[in-house]
Each structure stands twice: as C-alpha cells, then as structure tokens.
Design a protein around this ligand. Structure first.
Ligand SMILES: Cc1cc2nc3c(=O)[nH]c(=O)nc-3n(C[C@H](O)[C@H](O)[C@H](O)COP(=O)(O)O)c2cc1C
Length: 326
C-alpha cells in the first residue's frame, strides 16, 4: 500500500509503533521495521544519551530498514538531558523522530538540518495546526480512546480525524484505538494516511515486557481503562488495577488541592516495576480502550501481515462488492 506516510518515511506499510515507555526498546522497534512498518525507540526509557546511542546502534544491528526515536517532552522541573538525546539521535543517523508531550519547536532546526523527518503526536486539531505551522513534516492525531495521554479535550477519533483532515495540509496518521485491518481502512477513509498503534504492539511476541502485562491486555475489555491525573491536567489513560483504584480514591478525597507528590507512589517509577517485573498493581500504566479488541499475542510480522491482508480484503471485496451491487 502506498500513502503519503509510506512515501515520507520510506516504509512498506502505513503502520507506526508509537513510542512507549519501557516497551519501545530496540528489539520491538526492529521487529516492526523489519515487518515493513515504522518501529520507534523511546528515548526517555534510556537512562542517558550514551545509553540511547547504544540502543540506536543495537537497533541498527537488527534492521537495515528505517526506524525512529520518540522524544517525549514532559512537564518537569528537572528536565531530562534533551540536548544530549537529540545529539545521540543525530549522530546515530536516525532519519525519523516522533515528538510528543509539548511543542517541539526549539528542536526542529537541529533535527531538520540533519535531514530528520519529524512527526508530532497531538490530541487536538489546534495543536496539530500548530505543529504544521512550525514545520513538522507529519502529525500523529491521538484520539480520546488512546492509551497514554489523551489530553483534556476528550474528542474521540470518529470526530477528531475528519476534523484534522479538513484542516491539515501535512499528512497525518490516526492514533488511538487502532488494532486491525478495519481500523486501518476506517482511518484511511477519514483522511489519515496510516495508523499509529501502542497497546496492540505491547501484546506481541517481540514486545520486551513481562508476560503478565500481555496477558492483562488480553484479559481486559474496552471497559477496563481509567483516566488518572485529570485534576492535574496531565490525564493518562491506564489499565485499571489496585494501585489505580488507590490513586483515584486520593483524587476524589483531595479534589482540586491534589499535587503530584500526593500520588507519587502510584505514578512515579511504576513502568520498570510493571513492564520488567510484572508487578501489575504497582500503579498507573498506559493502556488504550483498544484492549477490548486484542485477543492474542502474535509475532509482529504476523500482526502486520494480518492487518494489511484484512484491510485489502475489506476494500477490494466488502466495499467494492457494495459498489458493484449498486
Ligand atoms: C505502555 C504505553 C506507554 C506509552 N508511553 C509513551 C511515551 O513514553 N511517549 C509517548 O509519546 N507516547 C507513549 N504512549 C502512547 C503511544 O505511543 C500511542 O500514542 C498510544 O498508545 C496510541 O493509542 P493505543 O494504545 O490505543 O494504540 C504509550 C502507550 C502505552 C500503551
């Protein structure tokens, strides 16, 4: 399949694996890229810019296809070493960067000068237009159903994607709730040039996370996610668990007075405990409503082949059939 996104990134299929804390290591990124999608290493999971440089090198040993690096800009009083991470990305010869979390403007000149394409992930049309206006090459439009940070506008993809299509000139991918060939065809129908998936890629053989995490996603339905940190305007969609219920109880009790330190136990340092150790109740960890559509743990290559086959079948047989019958 050829779309503006496959052309822009030099990939075979319009499927991107979004950056994921403690999931987006080189092994998963290389598996996605080898299968013809775009795999993405998550920079901030690496403890230093040197470690990121090594992870980029490891990915290059596993694939000769294009892959990217996610740079998430967090609200933080002690920001991570962003200049160091950007340097590691440029020196490592990475060609694609996914930015998220905040306006990437200050890093664009250095990235573009190095010939890097930038896709910015955002949750509203106004932020997508801003990304376009500052020179991002593409946008990832993340609907309210997404795992991770859906923003504060709560607009689901059935509205957000056509709105984005009406306003944007740069190509965009649909993110949030994407699982299979049906998602891909629907996203393309609404004007997107591909899909970005998070949760679906966690439940794959190559995702370097504890098997209990994959099983929890399979066991979950679309009713099992919760929104946390809403009072702090840092909303995250997570899989419900004992730690999340404790967190939500604190949010109800403290109301508008709540601060980060009140919930540090349930949101700080949770990812390694969940993803590496399988301590599922440690606190909030991102998971999309799409868990309700995930029932297996395929190899990444089989998943991507299945999505593309199903998408082609829907277009060429089901939809075309409706037209010919008319
Ligand atoms: C476990 C997990 C961790 C994530 N961590 C990040 C992250 O560090 N940075 C980021 O930009 N997005 C992160 N995301 C969001 C994904 O990149 C993607 O946008 C989102 O999962 C799409 O929604 P879906 O889960 O419905 O596919 C994370 C998602 C998951 C499920």
């Amino acid at each position: 399949m050829k779309t503006q996104i496959t052309e822009l990134f030099g990939i075979e299929h319009p499927i991107i694996q979004g950056g994921m804390h403690y999931v987006g290591f080189a092994g998963l990124a290389a598996a996605v890229s080898n299968a013809g999608g775009l795999g993405i290493i998550t920079a901030l999971t690496q403890p230093s810019s040197d470690a990121l440089a090594r992870e980029i090198g490891r990915c290059r040993e596993m694939t000769d296809k294009p892959f990217g690096v996610n740079l998430t800009f967090l609200p933080s009083r002690n920001p991570p070493d962003y200049p160091g991470y950007v340097r590691a990305i440029i020196d490592g010869g990475v060609r694609i960067v996914e930015t998220a979390g905040n306006n990437p403007q200050q890093w664009l000149p250095a990235l573009h000068e190095a010939g890097i394409r930038v896709i910015h992930k955002c949750t509203s049309v106004r932020h997508a237009l801003k990304a376009e206006s500052i020179g991002c090459d593409a946008v990832s439009v993340d609907g309210f159903e997404c795992g991770g940070h859906p923003g504060e506008d709560d607009v689901p993809n059935f509205i957000l994607l056509p709105r984005a299509a009406d306003e944007l000139r740069v190509p965009f991918v649909a993110s949030g709730g994407m699982a299979d060939g049906r998602s891909l065809v629907a996203a393309l129908a609404m004007g997107a040039a591909g899909i970005n998936m998070g949760t679906r890629f966690v439940a794959t053989a190559e995702a370097p996370v504890h098997r209990k995490v994959k099983q929890a996603i399979i066991a979950a339905t679309e009713l099992d996610t919760r929104l946390v940190m809403r009072p702090l305007r840092n909303t995250e969609r997570v899989l419900n668990n004992a730690g999340v219920e404790r967190l939500l109880k604190k949010e109800r009790r403290l109301g508008a007075d709540i601060t980060f330190s009140d919930i540090a136990e349930e949101v700080g340092g949770v990812y390694p405990r969940v993803m590496r150790d399988g301590d599922l109740d440690a606190g909030g960890w991102s998971c999309g409503m799409v868990a309700g559509l995930i029932h297996d743990i395929p190899r990444v290559g089989d998943l991507i082949d299945r999505i593309m086959r199903q998408a082609e079948e829907i277009v060429a047989t089901r939809l075309q059939g409706m037209l010919s019958r008319a």
